[in-house]
Design a protein around this ligand. Structure first.
Ligand code: GLN
Length: 271
């Protein structure tokens, strides 16, 4: 008889940190954390061990937990994710908060490069009065985003578009974006979760500001007077972002810091 394995030991022996192991176990078995606490010392069922082992092995090889479970929470709601889209980051909640604080009642709002849809879906659910449009250049990402909008009950208009390409003649009171802003040789692209995320959603294959230059240059054409442009960027891109906004004639140009105290969002108002 092989020695019996308890649930506590199964998780401990996985070599994963506890929160990863818990997330994968719950996903693999359909049980919640309370169940696991109650059954900590029970003998593991063979079918539970099998599904958990295969997920744990993939995690040890580096696959992000969110891709293994197919889900990541953003602004308190569960979003479906796949390797077709960037995994929503908590820092991006800052962009959402700044947008919510600046969107006039009933405003038309645009999100450029929506990925999983976490930004436009959250804006619509937090503020049902807004008319939210979201674009992405990637068709698989739009399928993912539309699925999230439907599942969470958010009426968002999705359009396949290379930034403003498919939006000729349209204007908005507020434009937001979390574009690919990582510089092409940034070593982080070869580390951690980023290795498994879509490269086109992370880097511009240039100096990191290439997409921001296009967005900032074209945004005034699509903003109503007084409308805000707000976008996320890297910790060292605050000065560069403000310079772009000022050169394009934006007023009230500023940068906001995230919870870690790093420059994370910049924006300005169309004069
Ligand atoms: N915030 C992400 C990271 O640094 C990058 C996301 C992006 O390029 N928009 O990991």
């Amino acid at each position: 008889m092989p020695q019996s394995l308890t649930y506590a030991a199964l998780l401990r022996q996985s070599g994963l940190d506890r929160s990863d192991a818990l997330a994968l176990f719950c996903h693999a078995t359909g049980h919640n954390r309370a169940w696991l606490i109650a059954h900590d010392r029970d003998e593991v069922l063979p079918e539970h061990a099998a599904v958990f082992h295969s997920l744990a092995e993939r995690r040890r090889a580096g696959e992000p937990v969110a891709y293994l479970t197919g889900e990541r929470e953003f602004y308190g709601r569960p979003f479906a994710v796949s390797p077709a889209v960037l995994i929503p980051r908590p820092e991006t909640e800052l962009l959402v908060e700044l947008a919510l604080a600046r969107a006039p009642q009933g405003a038309k709002v645009l999100d450029l490069g929506c990925g999983s849809g976490c930004i436009p879906v959250t804006l619509k659910l937090e503020r049902p009065d807004l008319q939210v449009t979201a674009v992405d250049i990637s068709a698989p990402s739009l399928v993912m985003a539309q699925g999230n909008a439907t599942r969470l009950g958010a009426a968002v208009r999705f359009i396949e578009s290379d930034w403003f390409g498919a939006l000729a003649g349209e204007s908005f009171e507020l434009i937001v974006s979390n574009p690919p802003y990582i510089e092409q040789h940034d070593p982080h692209l070869q580390q951690g979760d980023l290795r498994f995320e879509p490269r086109h959603a992370l880097t511009d294959e240039a100096d990191g500001l290439a997409h921001l230059r296009r967005i900032v240059a074209q945004a005034p054409v699509h903003l109503t007077p007084g409308g805000w442009l707000l976008f996320e960027h890297g910790w060292d891109q605050g000065p560069g972002s403000r310079a772009l906004l000022e050169a394009a004639g934006f007023a009230e140009v500023q940068t906001w810091t995230d919870l870690a105290g790093l420059d994370r969002v910049s924006g300005g108002r169309k004069g």
